[in-house]
Write a protein of this length. Structure first.
Length: 329
C-alpha cells in the first residue's frame, strides 16, 4: 500500500517526459493519479511533470508543453512514470542512456517504483532496469525491442506487467490500465473504481489480457452472440453449457462457436472462465462474503475449485487477493 494517508504527504508521482512525448500519455497520468482522493476528499497523490532539462518540450502533435521541473523533481518521487517518445525510443542503440537522461535516472530513489507506457519500455531497458525481467511494449515495436534488448523477457501479448518495483505497459490505453492497477495496489478497489468512474473507463482489465492486435474484420453477420453472453453473465452461479448458449441464438454449436470467436476473439469456454474470475474478483474486493460463497456465486462450485482457477489465472489465492486489493473495512 502507498504510504500516503492521514498525517502523511501525498505520494509523489513524477512523469519524466522527453521530446516527442505523446500528449495522451502525459495527460492520462495526471488525470488518473490526480483524481484519486481519500474518503475525506484529500488528494492521495501529487503529480508533477519533469524533464532531463526544464523548458519547452516538443510533443508528437503540433504543440509544445512547458515543463517547469527539471530532474530534481525525481529526488523525492515515490513513483516515476516514463511515457513514450516516438522521436527517440526505437532509434536507440543498446549502449545505455545518453546524457542528460542518464543523469536524470541516477536521481531516482532506489525504493521508487518506475513504470513505462508504450515504448517508454525502451528507456527502462536501456537503463538496465529490465535485464532478466518480464516486460511489455507496443506490439508494433516488439521486434525492434527484442533486437535491442535480447536479455529482457518481452511479452508483447499482454496489457501490462508488474514486477513489483518495475512495471511496463503496452500502448496508450493500457497505460490507463497500469495507472489504475497502481492506484488499486496502493489504496484498494474502492479508490481505483471511483477514479475509473470519474474518468469513464473500465475499472479493471487484467494485465495478462491480450493486446488488441490487428485482426481481419469479420464480415457482418445477421445474428449475434450478444444475447447469449448477457444471459451467461446473469447466470454465472450455475452450470452453463455450450448447447444452452447456442440454443439461445438459434445456432448450431459449431456456428455459435465460430461467431463467438469472431466477436470476442476467444472461445465460449475461455470467455466464460474469464467472466467467472472477474465476478469472483469483484466479490472479493467489494464484499465480505466467505470464499465458499464467492466460489458458489461465481459458478466454481467449491472453494477448492475457485482457488485452483484463481491461482492459474492470477498467480495468487483468493484470500491473498482479497487482502491485497480490498479497500478499508
Amino acid at each position: 500500500m502507498s504510504q500516503s494517508g492521514p498525517g502523511r504527504p501525498p505520494h509523489l508521482v513524477a512523469v519524466l517526459v522527453r521530446h516527442g512525448v505523446l500528449p495522451m500519455e502525459l495527460g492520462l497520468v495526471h488525470q488518473l493519479f490526480g483524481g484519486a482522493v481519500s474518503a475525506g476528499g484529500s488528494p492521495l497523490y501529487e503529480v508533477v511533470t519533469c524533464a532531463p532539462e526544464a523548458g519547452a518540450i516538443r510533443t508528437d502533435a503540433d504543440f509544445t508543453v512547458t515543463v517547469e521541473h527539471g530532474p530534481e523533481a525525481l529526488d523525492r518521487a515515490g513513483t516515476v512514470v516514463v511515457p513514450a517518445s516516438h522521436e527517440d525510443d526505437e532509434r536507440r542503440r543498446d549502449n545505455g542512456l545518453e546524457e542528460p537522461l542518464a543523469s536524470a535516472f541516477a536521481r531516482i530513489p532506489p525504493a521508487a517504483r518506475v513504470a513505462s507506457i508504450c515504448t517508454g519500455a525502451f528507456v527502462l531497458a536501456a537503463a538496465g532496469l529490465l535485464t532478466g525481467a518480464r516486460a511489455t511494449t507496443h506490439w508494433k515495436s516488439a521486434r525492434r525491442f527484442r533486437e535491442l534488448y535480447p536479455r529482457v523477457e518481452l511479452d508483447a501479448d499482454v496489457l501490462y506487467t508488474d514486477g513489483g518495483r518495475i512495471l511496463t505497459s503496452a500502448g496508450e490505453a493500457s497505460g490507463i490500465d497500469l495507472c489504475l492497477h497502481l492506484i488499486r495496489r496502493d489504496h484498494g478497489a474502492a479508490v481505483a473504481n471511483a477514479v475509473a468512474r470519474r474518468t469513464v473507463v473500465p475499472p479493471h482489465r487484467d494485465g495478462g489480457q491480450a493486446q488488441f492486435i490487428d485482426r481481419p474484420v469479420p464480415r457482418p453477420q445477421t445474428s449475434s452472440t450478444g444475447a447469449a453472453r448477457a444471459w451467461a453473465l446473469a447466470n454465472l452461479h450455475r452450470t452453463v453449457s455450450l448447447g444452452e448458449l447456442a440454443a439461445l441464438e438459434s445456432m448450431s454449436r459449431r456456428t455459435f462457436t465460430r461467431r463467438f470467436r469472431e466477436e470476442t476473439g476467444t472461445s465460449p469456454g475461455q470467455w466464460l472462465a474469464r467472466q467467472r474470475i472477474e465476478h469472483a474478483r469483484r466479490l472479493l474486493e467489494e464484499s465480505g462474503l466467505p470464499v465458499e460463497r464467492v466460489a458458489a456465486d461465481a459458478g466454481f462450485g467449491s472453494a477448492a475449485s475457485l482457488r485452483q482457477h484463481f491461482h492459474a489465472a492470477l498467480g495468487v489465492s483468493p484470500t491473498a487477493y482479497r487482502r491485497t486489493f480490498r479497500g478499508p473495512e
